[in-house]
Structure formats: structure tokens, C-alpha cells
Write a protein that binds this ligand. Structure first.
Ligand code: ZN
Length: 57
């Protein structure tokens, strides 16, 4: 399942969970001088809407 995260500053990222967590931590560190834990990064993400032609599980 893909996740999507967006920041108050307008930054957003979408991808598999490990990528989203890593990108969110990187973004917090680089853009906001903020050190997030993986748990915080994961909690900020939401499931991304699936494309219409995505296979159901
Ligand atoms: Zn931001």
C-alpha cells in the first residue's frame, strides 16, 4: 500500500511506507531542523488513494 504525507509548508511525498518514512524524516531535518522518529513520521502519513486500475487485494 502506498502512503502519502504532506507538510504544512507545502511539501508532499508519496510512495511505499519505508520511503515515505525516510523522506519525511529527511524533510523535517533539512527543511525544519526537526528530528522526527520513524513512529512520528509514520503517524503523519495517510494511505494514498489508489489509481482506478489498481488491482484489489
Ligand atoms: Zn515542511
Amino acid at each position: 500500500m502506498e502512503l502519502e504525507v504532506s507538510c504544512d509548508c507545502g511539501w508532499s511525498y508519496r510512495g511505499p511506507e519505508p520511503d515515505v518514512v525516510r523522506a519525511t524524516i529527511d524533510h523535517g531535518r533539512q527543511a525544519h531542523d526537526l528530528e522526527l522518529t520513524p513512529e512520528q513520521a509514520r503517524a503523519a502519513a495517510r494511505p494514498a488513494p489508489q489509481p482506478r486500475n489498481a488491482r484489489k487485494r
